[in-house]
Design a protein around this ligand. Structure first.
Ligand code: GLN
Length: 482
């Protein structure tokens, strides 16, 4: 009798647990990376919140399965890199399951199927792939559409222009900088339904199923939970509701604008909070990195005029290496490269925060230039002064401090101010790692409302005002020090 009950329990238990369909969570919170503009899957609404099929789906699944998520929207290519570098645990971004990707990603069950399709302006005469000869086709970096275009390039003889995000790609198509775009069919169809003056003259080509993904071999429980949650949402009709919300006629749109965003005033009114927070990040980046750069720069600058050859050599190597690497590559190396390297050695994911990575890159970069400013300043003081002072028996350190540095500092000050302005402008470059500073904030807003002329004008004025104010302030400080 006892045995029978036990056997019954043993059989029932797995059935029971299947019925509840919940997987165990392992992490207290999962970071999910996504695209920045890929409507209807993911896009910002007029309240500057990310919505779309993918956003609703992942949130509903997390709720159903009882796990916590934090979503970041750096763009498709950056989201892929983030998952590979361990900055994020999973990616949901209308991502296609391709054989090549299966080598580096584990995919969930599919929740959609998409083709890649050519989009041209309504007025375009392009009607076949043959018509693309010598024309330029835009595509987003890292996408299945890009693979398709590269594979067929020699056959049709078009040029390919790669973009990091959808909004700049569609902007370029609208302004005529490119002749066509290649993108997922639901995305192009959606933008046409939203009033974009585009058409799709050629039938689409299948690129596979759309699914959620994690880095191969990591977070298996996340895939498990996604699949179980998806199955539950399909069974209870919630999945269909999400699709209908975005795809049925009269569905949620990108332009449920409460304030008119076609005027500068409207743009400011609707986005000032976002812009100010972007500005805050920009200022924090510039100020913190410049403060660090001054310390490092002065140390290496002093090394470069030191009587010791080894110190001079160290300084020279530092300046040459850092100055010889473009800032964008430095930032990408720190943000994606180093975590990837550490993981390949230790087997543990060790992501670095984007703000920290950006600050390090900016600090190193500015430090190299400041070291040169310091060297130049000191060397501009006539050597005779050092010689005279030393021959009077005064030590090197004291001569430096009392005689050389006070004069050199005066010479350096204007260059410091100049370098700070450059540092502030350079913050725009680190937006490449997905950091939402002022420039990236503007791009995200444009992705939603296509107001590139007015929005870039607003950004330019923002930077102009800030830089003018700060240089005035610095000039005043400079005078006081003198
Ligand atoms: N489905 C395409 C791919 O996976 C595009 C995805 C996207 O741009 N977000 O490559």
């Amino acid at each position: 009798m006892k045995k029978k009950i036990l056997a019954c329990l043993l059989i029932l238990f797995p059935i029971f647990s299947l019925g509840i369909a919940k997987a165990d969570t392992v992490k207290s919170k999962y970071i999910i990376a996504s695209d920045s503009s890929f409507a209807p899957f993911v896009f910002q609404n007029s309240n500057n919140e990310y919505t779309g099929i993918d956003m609703d789906l992942i949130k509903a699944i997390a709720k159903d399965q009882g796990f916590e998520i934090e979503i970041t929207n750096p763009g498709f290519d950056a989201a892929i890199s983030a998952v590979q570098a361990g900055q994020a645990d999973g990616i949901i971004a209308g991502m296609s399951v391709t054989d090549a990707r299966k080598a580096t990603f584990d995919f969930s069950d599919s929740y959609y199927t998409a083709n890649t399709i050519l989009g041209v302006k309504e007025s375009s005469t392009i009607a076949s792939y043959e018509d693309l000869k010598d024309k330029t086709v835009g595509v987003k970096n890292g996408t299945a559409s890009q693979t398709f275009l590269t594979e067929n390039q020699s056959k049709y003889g078009y040029k390919i222009k790669t973009f990091s995000d959808g909004s700049s790609m569609y902007d370029s198509l609208n302004t005529g900088a490119i002749d066509a775009v290649m993108d997922d069919e639901p995305v192009l169809k959606y933008s046409i339904s939203q009033g974009q003056k585009l058409k799709t003259p050629i039938a689409g080509t299948p690129i596979g199923e759309t699914a959620f993904a994690v880095k191969k071999g990591t977070n298996p429980e996340l895939i498990q939970m996604f699949n179980k949650g998806l199955a539950n949402l399909k069974a209870n009709g919630e999945f269909q509701k999400i699709l209908d919300k975005y795809l049925a006629s009269g569905a949620a749109t990108t332009s449920t604008i409460t304030v008119d965003e076609t005027t500068i005033w409207g743009l400011l009114q609707n986005n000032y909070k976002q812009l100010l927070s972007g500005l805050g990040i920009t200022l924090a980046l510039a100020l913190i990195s410049f403060a660090i750069a001054i310390v490092i720069g002065i140390i290496f600058g002093m090394f470069s005029v030191s009587p010791y050859k080894s110190l001079r050599l160290i300084s020279e190597i530092f300046v040459d290496v850092v100055r010889g690497i473009p800032l964008m590559i430095l930032a990408a190396f720190i943000f994606w490269g180093i975590p990837n390297f550490i993981e390949s050695i230790t087997g543990h994911q060790s992501p670095i925060n984007d703000f920290v990575a950006g600050t390090i890159a900016l600090s190193l970069n500015a430090a190299a230039y400041i070291a040169e400013i310091v060297r130049g300043g000191i060397q501009a003081v006539p050597v005779g002064q050092m010689e005279a002072s030393r021959s009077l028996g005064i030590s090197y350190g004291k001569t430096m401090r009392k005689i050389i540095l006070p004069q050199a500092t005066k010479l350096m000050l204007p260059n410091f101010v100049n370098q700070f302005v450059i540092a502030l402008k350079d913050t725009t470059i680190v937006s490449a790692i997905g950091l939402v500073e002022l420039f990236q904030t503007g791009k995200i807003i444009i992705a939603r409302n296509y107001q590139s002329f007015k929005m870039y004008a607003i950004l330019a004025i923002f930077y102009l005002v800030i830089i003018t104010l700060l240089t005035r302030l610095a000039k005043r400080l400079e005078k006081r020090i003198r």
